[in-house]
Design a protein around this ligand. Structure first.
Ligand SMILES: Cc1ncc(COP(=O)(O)O)c(C=O)c1O
Length: 387
C-alpha cells in the first residue's frame, strides 16, 4: 500500500460541501495557481521549460490559467495532442511506447517534439516527423531503479519503456534532436540526482549532440519539502554542461493538493464493523486506490478517536473498497464526505462501469468562495461510449 502524499485539507476544510452536486471533483483555482507559481519560479531561475503532463490532469477549462505559467504540454498520443493544441498554448512534446502509423503524421504536425520509445520507432517515424516540422527525441531507459513498486518503475528488469542505456552505449546514434527519460514517481530531488548520475557517462560521451534534454515527470516540485534550490543548481549545471535546453514534464506536481472528490453516504450497514456505501466508487472514480494501491486521505478524519468505518463504492465489485477511516461519529445517509488530493490521475481515469455516473467538475476560488460548476454528466455520456 503506497502512502498518500497529501499535506492535508488546507483551505478545502472551509468549503461547504452541501453546495455541490454529488459526486463532484472540486478544483481550487487558488491552490492550483500557487502550484503554478512555484513551477514558474523554478523554470525562470533554472532557465528550464516546464510542460504539463496531460495524462495526469487534463482540465481544459483551466487551460488559459495554466498556459499563463507553463511552457506547454506533453501528450501520450493523438487525442491528448489534439486537446493540447485546441485549448493550451506553448510547446507540445508527444511520447508513446509505440505510435500508430495511421496517426503519426497528425501527431507530428501538432507536436513540437515527438519522443520515440526506441530506435526502431525512430527508424520508422523520424523522417515523417521532421517533414512535419517537429523535433525527434529518443526515450532512454536509465536502467537505474528508484521506484518503490515495479509497476511504477520504468527501470524495472524487462521494462518496455525506453531504449536501455546499456544498448545505447554500444550503438552509433542516428540524428536525434533530444533525449528524454522518465524514471520517477512522486519523488524528490535525490532520486532525480541519482538517475542523472546514472546517465551522465553517456551524456558526456555524446556532448553537444542534443538540442534538448527532457527529464520527464514524477518530480514532486510543489510538495513543501522539495529541495528546490538544489534542483535549480542541478538543472543549471545540466544546461551549461551539455549546452541543451532542459525540460521537465510533471503532472502530479501541477495539481497536487488542488482538488478533492466530494461524495455522499448512501447507506450504513454492519458486518464486522460499520460499512458505509458511498456514491463514490474506487474502481470507477479513483481507480488508483485499487491499482497503486493506496488509501486516499479524507477530510475530517479523527485517527485514534471516534468510530472506525469502512467506506466502499456502489459498484458490484466485492473489492470496491476505498479504505477504513476513523470519523468523529458513525456516518449517516446523506452525509457529505471528501477525499483529498484527487485532482490528478482520478478525473482523467473515471469509467462508467456498472452505468456509474461520472463525478461533476467544479472550480472553487478559495479566496472569494465563488463556485462554478463546469461539467455535469448525464445518461447521454454513458450511451455515447457504447453501441
Ligand atoms: C513519460 C511521462 N512523462 C510525464 C509523466 C508525469 O508524471 P507525474 O504525473 O508523476 O509527474 C509520466 C507519468 O507517468 C510519464 O509517463
Amino acid at each position: 500500500m503506497l502512502p498518500t502524499q497529501s499535506s492535508g485539507a488546507g483551505r478545502f476544510a472551509e468549503l461547504d460541501l452541501s453546495r455541490l452536486p454529488s459526486p463532484c471533483f472540486v478544483i481550487d483555482e487558488i491552490k492550483l495557481t500557487e502550484n503554478l507559481q512555484i513551477l514558474k519560479d523554478i523554470a525562470t531561475a533554472a532557465d528550464t521549460k516546464i510542460l504539463l503532463a496531460l495524462k495526469a490532469f487534463s482540465m481544459w477549462s483551466l487551460a488559459p490559467l495554466i498556459s499563463d505559467y507553463l511552457a506547454g504540454c506533453c501528450a501520450s498520443g493523438l487525442w491528448e495532442a489534439q486537446l493540447a493544441r485546441k485549448y493550451f498554448a506553448g510547446e507540445l512534446s508527444s511520447f508513446a511506447p509505440a505510435f500508430k502509423p495511421s496517426e503519426i503524421e497528425e501527431i507530428a504536425t501538432l507536436s513540437s517534439h515527438v519522443v520515440f520509445n526506441n530506435l526502431s520507432q525512430h527508424a520508422n517515424f523520424a523522417d515523417i516527423t521532421r517533414q512535419q516540422g517537429a523535433d525527434t527525441g529518443l526515450r532512454i531507459n536509465p536502467q537505474h531503479s528508484e521506484g518503490q513498486t515495479a509497476k511504477y518503475d520504468p527501470s524495472m528488469t524487462g521494462s518496455r519503456l525506453g531504449q536501455p542505456l546499456e544498448q545505447l552505449m554500444q550503438l552509433d546514434l542516428p540524428e536525434i534532436d533530444g533525449l528524454h527519460f522518465h524514471n520517477l514517481c512522486e519523488q524528490g530531488l535525490d532520486p532525480l540526482a541519482r538517475t542523472v548520475a546514472a546517465i551522465e557517462p553517456y551524456l558526456a560521451a555524446q556532448k553537444g549532440r542534443f538540442k534538448w534534454l527532457n527529464l520527464g515527470g514524477g518530480h514532486m516540485l510543489t510538495q513543501p519539502d522539495y529541495e528546490t534550490e538544489a534542483l535549480i543548481t542541478l538543472l543549471k549545471r545540466l544546461r551549461s554542461d551539455y549546452d541543451a535546453q532542459i525540460y521537465l514534464e510533471p503532472g502530479t506536481a501541477i495539481a497536487f493538493d488542488a482538488g478533492i472528490l466530494v461524495g455522499e453516504v448512501l447507506d450504513v450497514a454492519d458486518n464486522d464493523g460499520p460499512i458505509a456505501i458511498l456514491d463514490i466508487s474506487a474502481t470507477c472514480h479513483m481507480p488508483d486506490v485499487l491499482e497503486a494501491p493506496y488509501r486516499p486521505a479524507l477530510i475530517n478524519e479523527t485517527p485514534g478517536d471516534g468510530v472506525t468505518v469502512t467506506l466502499g463504492g456502489p459498484s458490484c465489485l466485492a473489492g470496491d473498497v476505498i479504505g477504513t477511516y476513523t470519523l468523529p461519529e458513525r456516518p449517516i445517509s446523506g452525509q457529505r464526505l471528501a477525499f483529498l488530493d484527487q485532482a490528478h490521475y482520478s478525473m482523467v481515469k473515471t469509467t462508467t462501469f456498472n452505468g456509474m455516473k461520472m463525478p461533476s467538475i467544479a472550480i472553487w476560488n478559495s479566496q472569494t468562495d465563488a463556485l462554478k460548476l463546469v461539467r455535469e454528466f448525464d445518461f447521454g455520456d454513458f450511451e455515447r461510449r457504447l453501441s
